[in-house]
Design a binder for this molecule. Structure first.
Ligand code: ADP
Ligand code: MG
Length: 660
């Protein structure tokens, strides 16, 4: 009979996966692939150990269920036998009398209820004979189906060393069919779901957890069940099989196998190491007794949260009671009879090893995770792989993704956060500028209206007061009054024209200008107090740009005047011009008082001034704003008014296109 039957044992519910990579870490054969951040079991690579089901806290790994198939069998006309794994006392600890448990199984509709441990009894004899044989070369026990899959897939050269002996389950199936005919259907009930894919000789396999579900669905409880005995053949020592060293105790019936001939390794890490050492020749002529779990009593088909030693104790107590009551004569007769059965098992190789990635491929994958030197290899294990190199190899093999690297993902996150911060800041600045220009646009409309309405009456006032002044005799007191009216009316006209500039009602009159000379000229045309050091710097190769000279002159002189006014106790005024092929930037920097933060967004509003009455009009920057806008330029202000934060002062940068 062959052992070459593979069905999907674990299904993935992708939506439930929260990408913790625990399953990747716990899977002994890396049969879990991460695609788009979600874990998926690769059936071809899976050995059915059930680790991923056990460790997934989200219930994203669902084991194959056989309850429906078993119910169908029970409804059919066939005779059905339930073969109960010897670990049942560990699972059903709460049922004090095992015969009640047997009665409950019978109530589900099984025609026979037997113990697999009789199969263990006859299989153990085969092991005993093999191990004490003269030409014994060593072997690996083949009773754990996950171990068998592991060897067939990942150590195919070791397949010849798999003990060519049927598992207790298969042996018991053969016993039952011999006893009750080939039409008998056999359902194995046990702690393991790798058994579901072990063989086609057994018709269905239920886990203990599924059996509990069936009890519940049919409302079968210990208190409403008649006790009942197991059907023959009854077992002997084989009942101890599921606990650690169980096979050894059973096989060593006549104490003919020396203890040092047996190596026992259980659990995810140990069995792999044992096989590796066996393959590499460090262990010779030994029997490797290997289990994927911590003994079948803790198998993935048992209820979660069981206590290992309490379970082992429950099995031990059950076996010792059983051995006290055993009818030795009948047992020996049965062993003799069924020991004649063919208990052989052959195994084929099914190589599922992935080709080893080249050094270069691994290096590239490491680089893609930002790992360039050995210091970058944190080997933190967060990805589920022991080392960064293992992770990189898995990326090359298509099993893993770079994003699984936690330090890399965190770094990327930090990166995007700072990028986001930058764009957030830009956005905030743009929003503030927009608000400001909206406000100024409204003011512009209003100012333009007022200026336009005032212009004519002002003209009339100026003209008539001039006429009256000319007519008034020299030395007349009225003449002085009229002079004052003319002066103030002139001042009003200036304000009005400032407002008009701000409101952009004027046109620009562009002409080719040498900006270096132009800026120098602007500096010469203002009055500079003695206590202020003025300097000019130019870093420009091509000084020619198209500007409205009159208006731009107003911009520069206004900025320079503001700067001087900000330095009543002296300081330095630096004026400069920079530029590239497309733009010209005028810079006016002072070491004056600086502008208070809260005033920064009021600067360009008409009539905003911090200067005393009669000194400032608050129209200078409004006018500059209008002119720069007309030149399709922009204004940038940098200022510090707080001496605690460094030297105070203000820098205005006006950037306009060259206009060519
Ligand atoms: P005004 O000079 O008539 O006050 P402006 O529109 O030219 O009007 O300036 C508005 C206000 O901006 C000023 O009152 C001052 O508070 C501030 N300001 C402008 N330039 C400077 C500067 N270089 N240093 C400090 N404050 C400045
Ligand atoms: Mg001013």
């Amino acid at each position: 009979m062959s052992h070459s039957f593979h069905r999907q044992l674990v299904y993935t519910i992708k939506d439930r996966c929260r990408v913790c990579f625990t399953c990747v870490r716990e899977c002994p054969v890396k049969a879990i692939k991460i695609i788009n951040g979600q874990a998926e079991v690769i059936n071809d690579r899976c050995i059915g150990c059930g680790n991923c089901v056990r460790v997934c806290s989200q219930g994203a790994k669902i084991p194959l269920r056989s309850v429906d198939a078993v119910n169908d069998l029970l409804k059919s006309k066939n005779k059905i036998a339930a073969c109960i794994a010897p670990s049942f006392p560990a699972e059903f600890e709460e049922i004090a009398d095992y015969m009640v448990f047997v009665g409950m199984v019978r109530k589900l509709g099984f025609d026979y209820v037997t113990e697999v441990s009789f199969g263990a009894d006859i299989v153990a004899r085969e092991y005993e004979n093999m191990i004490k044989g003269r030409d014994y070369e060593g072997d690996i026990s083949s009773d754990c189906p996950a171990i068998v899959y592991f060897i067939r897939h990942y150590h195919p050269d070791m397949v010849p060393y798999l003990a060519p002996i049927a598992s207790p389950m298969v042996a018991m199936g053969r016993v039952m069919k011999k006893k009750h005919g080939e039409d008998l259907k056999v359902v194995f009930i046990g702690p393991c779901f790798a058994k579901k894919a072990e063989t086609t000789e057994i018709d269905e396999v239920l886990t203990f957890r599924e059996l509990r579900d069936m009890f519940e669905a049919s409302d079968i409880l210990p208190e409403n069940t008649e006790p009942s005995a197991f059907d023959p053949p009854h077992s002997g020592k084989g009942a101890i099989f599921p606990v650690s060293r169980g096979l050894y105790y059973t096989a060593n019936n006549q104490e003919t196998i020396p203890e040092e001939r047996v190596i026992i390794a259980e659990g995810r890490v140990n069995y792999k190491e044992a096989i590796k050492e066996f393959e590499e020749g460090y262990i010779r002529k030994k029997h490797l007794m290997l289990l994927c779990c911590e003994g079948c009593i803790m198998g993935p088909g048992t209820s979660p949260g069981g206590k290992r030693f309490a379970r082992s104790n429950a099995v031990g107590e059950y076996v010792s009671r059983k051995l006290q009551n055993i009818d030795k004569e009948v047992w020996e007769k049965n062993i003799e009879e069924f020991g004649q059965l063919d208990l052989s098992q052959s195994f084929t190789t099914e190589d599922r090893r992935l080709s080893k990635p080249s050094n270069e491929e691994v290096l590239n994958a490491l680089h893609s995770m930002g790992k360039f030197s050995l210091q970058d290899h944190l080997n933190c294990g967060a990805c589920g792989y022991d080392t960064c190199v293992d992770h990189a190899g898995a990326i090359v093999q298509g099993l893993a993704e770079t994003e699984m690297c936690l330090p890399f993902a965190i770094e990327k996150l930090h990166d995007s956060i700072s990028k986001l911060n930058v764009s957030n800041e830009k956005l905030a600045r743009a929003r503030a500028a927009l608000k400001q220009s909206e406000k100024l646009a409204h003011m512009g409309q209003l100012s333009a209206g007022i200026a336009h309405e005032l212009n004519n009456p002002l003209g009339v006032i100026t003209m008539y007061s001039n006429i009256l002044m000319d007519e008034a005799p020299e030395g007349d007191a009225v003449r002085d009054d009229l002079k004052l009216i003319v002066e103030q009316a002139e001042r009003c006209k200036k304000i009005v024209s400032g407002l008009l500039n701000f409101a952009r009602k004027n046109q620009v009159n562009l002409s080719e200008t040498d900006v270096v000379k132009f800026v120098q000229h602007s500096l010469n045309s203002i009055v500079k107090p003695e206590n202020i050091v003025c300097s000019f710097a130019s870093e420009i190769a091509d000084p020619i740009a198209l500007l409205d000279i009159d208006q731009m002159m107003q911009v520069l002189t206004n900025l320079e005047k503001n700067a001087i006014e900000a330095m009543p106790n002296g300081g330095s005024l630096k004026v400069g011009v920079e530029g590239d092929a497309g733009e010209i930037t005028f810079i006016v920097a002072d070491t004056g008082s600086g502008i208070e933060k809260e005033n920064m967004d009021k600067l360009f509003t008409p009539f905003f001034t911090t200067k005393e009455m009669g000194k400032g009009t608050g129209l200078g920057l409004a006018l500059i704003y209008g002119i720069v806008k007309m030149h399709k330029g922009k204004i940038h202000v940098d200022s510090n008014a707080n001496p605690a934060q460094g030297p105070t002062g203000t820098t205005f940068r006006i950037t306009v296109p060259r206009g060519r």
